[in-house]
Design a protein around this ligand. Structure first.
Ligand SMILES: [Zn+2]
Length: 332
């Protein structure tokens, strides 16, 4: 359980476990924000889509007083503002949101706005969105239901253009050895739609701050991971969410994934949905792997790689050790 203190804002806007629903509902009525989003449509899909996603997430928070959702929303906002800051056409929060909307977001989620230009994200906004959908599932919801919820949410957001911040692929992983109990499904998203520079930074940041070190080792050193229990890892295109597709070539080799069809292509190592999904599986399910020491010095190498990437792209305001970290509710 996260600490209430964490969400203490100013005296008039204390969340303390409950999001101020009326304030967020008011945000939704900010028509200037929608007009602002429309203004940018012809210029660059990023601003429009970022604004629509923020609006959608604020609405989600207003409708679900769930601490984990609020935590994910905060992480997602930070990730969006970070991507805007390093976007090919730099896009500040002021450019994404109207001043009224911005001030309201600042009151509810001050940390993302205070740190997007100095702290790195651990993952993409879409990855947070996917976790929100999974978090909001009911006991009865099946994998198909979760995929339908995700698909419907994306449709409702009405995103446009190339920079739609939506991953092309999601993946579901789970162990299959215990037939007598339902195995928890771990969902992951690819890094697609974020841009080349963004992908490089996010992969490097994930290797340091997010992924299980076996996964980081696989991505960085191309060292295969051997699972000690049988695992199923199924990928789906977001735009055809119920049709399973084969893993890409690197995933198939690194994680020894079985599939009857040939691999789908040669992604950059670490770009895939499989990586995030399998990392979550390892963190959450495997005590033995969780205790493994970093014998290979992978974290040191990962920090060096991340520092080099930051230098390469001229992102001098960021430090490889400084990552935006919401309070831990579950390892990702
Ligand atoms: Zn892959």
């Amino acid at each position: 359980m996260v600490s209430c203190d964490y969400y203490t804002l100013d005296s008039s806007h204390q969340l303390c476990g409950r999001l101020h629903t009326s304030m967020l509902a008011e945000n939704m009525a900010d028509t200037r924000f929608l007009e602002r989003a429309e203004d940018f449509r012809s210029e660059d899909g990023f601003q429009t889509n970022a604004a629509k996603i923020i609006c959608g997430v604020v609405e989600l928070c207003a409708n679900h007083e769930n601490m984990h959702i609020i935590t994910l929303a905060e992480e997602m906002l930070h990730s969006i503002f970070f991507l805007g800051n390093i976007h090919v056409r730099k896009c500040s929060p002021e450019m994404i949101l109207s001043s009224g909307m911005l001030e309201r977001v600042r009151k509810v989620f001050p940390r993302p706005l205070a740190s997007y230009s100095t702290k790195l994200p651990r993952r993409t906004p879409f990855s947070c969105l996917l976790d929100m959908v999974v978090t909001l599932r009911t006991e009865e919801d099946t994998e198909d239901d979760i995929k339908n919820h995700l698909s419907n949410l994306i449709t409702r957001l009405g995103l446009v253009g190339d920079h739609n911040l939506i991953a092309a692929t999601i993946c579901v992983s789970y162990y299959t050895d215990d037939q007598h109990k339902p195995m928890f499904h771990y969902y992951g998203a690819s890094l697609s739609s974020t841009g080349y520079k963004e992908r490089k930074i996010l992969i490097a940041s994930s290797c340091v701050h997010t992924w299980h070190h076996y996964v980081s080792l696989a991505v960085m050193e191309k060292t295969p991971v051997t699972f000690i229990r049988p695992v199923r890892c199924r990928a789906f295109s977001v735009d055809s969410i119920h049709t399973e597709k084969p893993p890409c070539k690197p995933c198939r080799e690194l994680f020894k994934l079985e599939h009857a069809d040939p691999p789908t292509g040669n992604n950059i190592y670490g770009n895939c949905a499989e990586v995030e999904s399998l990392s979550k599986l390892l963190w959450n399910e495997d005590e033995r792997l969780r205790r493994v020491r970093d014998r290979t010095g992978i974290k040191t190498k990962a920090i060096k790689t991340l520092s080099n990437r930051l230098k390469e792209f001229g992102l001098v305001s960021y430090d490889a050790d400084e990552v935006f970290r919401p309070p831990p509710t579950r390892r990702i």
